[in-house]
Design a protein around this ligand. Sequence first.
Ligand SMILES: Cc1cc2nc3c(=O)[nH]c(=O)nc-3n(C[C@H](O)[C@H](O)[C@H](O)COP(=O)(O)O)c2cc1C
Length: 213
Amino acid sequence: MKEIKKKHLERTDFLKGELKDVQFDDPMKMFSTWYQEAHEKNCPEPHAVVLTTATLDAKPSSRIVYMRELVEEGFVIYTNYLSRKGSEITENPNAALLFYWDCCERQVRIEGTIEKIDPLISDDYFDARPRMSQIGAWASEQSQQIPDRQSLEDRVAYFEEKFPTKVPRPPHWGGLLVKPVYFEFWQGRLGRLHDRICYQNNDKTWSNFRIAP
Ligand SMILES: Cc1cc2nc3c(=O)[nH]c(=O)nc-3n(C[C@H](O)[C@H](O)[C@H](O)COP(=O)(O)O)c2cc1C
């Protein structure tokens, strides 16, 4: 293997917390506690999350998105339904989320299924977005090949003119709900002896267990 950049030899010790016991039977409560703490510790963009989807033949792809709503059923993100992620989820509803909060030395892994949300909820969210983002949702054929930057800007100008006042929600743009069936809460610890507490949903009840680091 040819080295292209000097190896990173520095080691980070994880010292900021511990996860001795299971604190909640419900992993969503556990998640919202950690999410709140990520805000309190001023983690940059605590709502940024890696979303992984896969094709029908299980070829995965990942990208960062923003989690916009945390609801009882799971995690809501907004996107273009015709994007790569959008077409993958129509073939294969399995998805994973990964949050990483460096300032707390924590990660949360979530696995489950993903589905479109009620269009009326998407309407409400879309209406609250800044006009530029609304126009962008029409102008950008997300993940499609385009000839150049100018063609994108031309589409922006076209939709600016088409919608001089209220911008309606494009039918291909809206929310996705990730419904979790598995969680792992990871807290970094000294000597790489990290804490990892998992939750598994079986028949609508959550069981939990610890796994080795
Ligand atoms: C910090 C950050 C936040 C992002 N948030 C979103 C988002 O909420 N929704 C979205 O569709 N794309 C978001 N993106 C862009 C995606 O990473 C990605 O480029 C886009 O969704 C197309 O992905 P796809 O081709 O795999 O469908 C964000 C990117 C970054 C870096």
